[in-house]
Design a protein around this ligand. Sequence first.
Ligand SMILES: [Cu+2]
Length: 166
Amino acid sequence: MLVALAITAAGCVGGPATTPPISPGSSASPRDVNIIAKDYSFLPPEVDLVPGETVMLHVINGGLDVHEVVIGDPAVQDAWETAEAAAANPPPGPTPLVTVPAGIAGVRIVVESGQRVDLLWTVPADPGALLIGCHIPGHWAKGMQASIRFVEPNGAGVPALPSTQP
Ligand SMILES: [Cu+2]
């Protein structure tokens, strides 16, 4: 007796971009994560991170303007947006020191045009919803935002991941 099993393996072509398996970084061997800031966007527009891993962030400013990477939840993004807007167009002299209340700072990396700044960072094990933003006055409004996608080390947890792995 023959049973025809109609297993369709099609339907995966042309789907969303896939995330290859990630080897999570550790403090002994952090994973390199590149974020390129441009005038006025981030590459990539979505950064994949594994909760709890340790990464070496490489923030490269490929634009002409000064940029920053602020990693934090929406409250952190709002705090920096407000703090930096208040310091816009300062009088001549030293750049004013911009701060936000303790405990809400998140991660902030400021990078001059053409420079690269590295930062070792351990992703929270229970990170919640984190965003990446630049709050140099006007930049957030121009679209300098990127999202963070939390993935399992094997790339699972990503919607519509084709089952092409052996
Ligand atoms: Cu910017």
